[in-house]
Design a binder for this molecule. Structure first.
Ligand code: FA5
Length: 343
């Protein structure tokens, strides 16, 4: 007589298992629990009717009911944890923070193009075994001029007029003051570059600023020649422009080098044919350079009988202008966001 009751326990259990298996919300599981196992739930009502059965019925229905109840409780709790894990996993995926992700560019700002070229030059020279050194922007008259074989009243001072500061100091007109400073500090042999800001009391135009940037290079060793100088500058241009660039050396006077030279490279816009950028010459000046004058080596406490060296000083702003086809140097210091945002 207890068989129909046992059958309905099996039916309740199998329906409940099926519903649990497809439930996708915790609330659905709560509803199933309430409908089947709750105080007035289907299984509870059957178990409440036990008192009307005979002993063997009480035993078999009681057992079957309790087994079904435990099985459903286990299934509910298993499904509940699975759903909770899925909810957590979804939230984690949605709110994932990647600490390595760069901040949005628009808000972060970026490096000035001159600074980027300066950094690129530093990396390039470091890879060639040069040491990067720094020097003061407010320099003594001695290191900026006198130690470089430019005594007071020398006409070369006219080509680099500057701002004189109290106490015999000047705003440095070039990075060449580093030559004697570096030789005194590190001795020979040495291989250094020094990038930095320089100042000149100069009328501004499309290619001249009162404040601009140079990179000084200095190599001192036994047996250094102009061939080394040219090889280093050729390598520099190849790395900057990504291909071999034709160069030429022209004689030029700087009191601190002998011979004094300027290095030009073939105009990248016209391929050497002549255009407005290269003033129809086919060549663009990169830097002043030459073999370090014996008097400058001596001022740096280096024996000119034993050592020789080359030096060069290039204008970083003008190199940046060529890199990005900027037509007027005055944009560099303008602080104009319409200009800066293009890089
Ligand atoms: C010098 O300053 C020398 N000290 C270079 C040198 C170093 C020669 C070592 C020999 C040995 P110059 O005045 O030509 O040279 O300037 C060097 C570079 O700085 C120029 O080729 C140019 O690129 C840049 N430059 C010069 N004046 C200005 C200016 N007013 N505005 C922007 N760039 C300038």
């Amino acid at each position: 007589m207890s068989e129909p009751i046992l059958q309905s326990i099996r039916d309740i259990e199998s329906r409940a298992h099926a519903a649990i298996a497809v439930a996708v919300a915790i609330e659905t599981l709560q509803a199933i629990e309430r409908d089947v196992l709750g105080k007035t739930g289907q299984l509870s009502q059957i178990l409440r009717g036990l008192k009307d059965l005979d002993d063997s019925g009480k035993k078999s229905v009681g057992q079957a009911g309790n087994v079904a109840k435990r099985a459903l409780e286990a299934a509910l709790s298993q499904r509940k944890s699975a759903l909770e894990s899925a909810v957590i996993a979804e939230a984690l995926a949605r709110d994932r923070i990647d600490p390595t992700e760069p901040a949005p560019r628009r808000h972060a700002g970026h490096e000035h193009p001159v600074k980027s070229v300066m950094r690129e030059l530093e990396d390039l020279f470091e890879s060639m075994g040069f040491t990067i050194v720094d020097g003061p922007e407010i320099e003594t008259d001695y290191f900026n001029f006198e130690a470089l074989n430019i005594p007071p009243n020398h006409p070369a001072r006219d080509t680099q007029d500057t701002f004189y500061v109290e106490g015999g100091h000047v705003l440095r007109t070039h990075t060449s003051g580093l030559q004697v400073r570096a030789m005194r500090k590190y001795g020979a042999p040495l291989r250094v570059v020094s990038p930095g800001r320089v100042f000149r009391n100069e009328t501004q135009d499309a290619s001249h600023e009162h404040t601009f940037h140079q990179l000084e290079g200095l190599v001192v060793d036994e047996g250094i020649s102009v061939a080394h100088l040219k090889a280093v500058l050729d390598e520099l241009l190849e790395r900057i422009f990504g291909e071999r660039v034709a160069t030429r050396l022209r004689p030029h006077h700087f009191p601190f080098v002998e011979p004094g030279l300027e290095l030009d490279f073939q105009c990248r816009l016209c391929g050497g044919k002549g255009c407005a950028t290269c003033k129809q010459t086919g060549w663009i000046e990169l830097c002043g350079c030459g073999m370090v004058h014996p008097k400058v080596l001596a001022a740096g406490n280096v024996d000119p009988e034993k050592f020789s060296g080359f030096a060069f000083g290039l204008g970083i702003d003008r190199l940046t202008m060529m890199r990005h086809a900027i037509s007027d140097i005055r944009w560099m210091m303008s602080g104009d966001l319409r200009f800066l945002r293009q890089f």
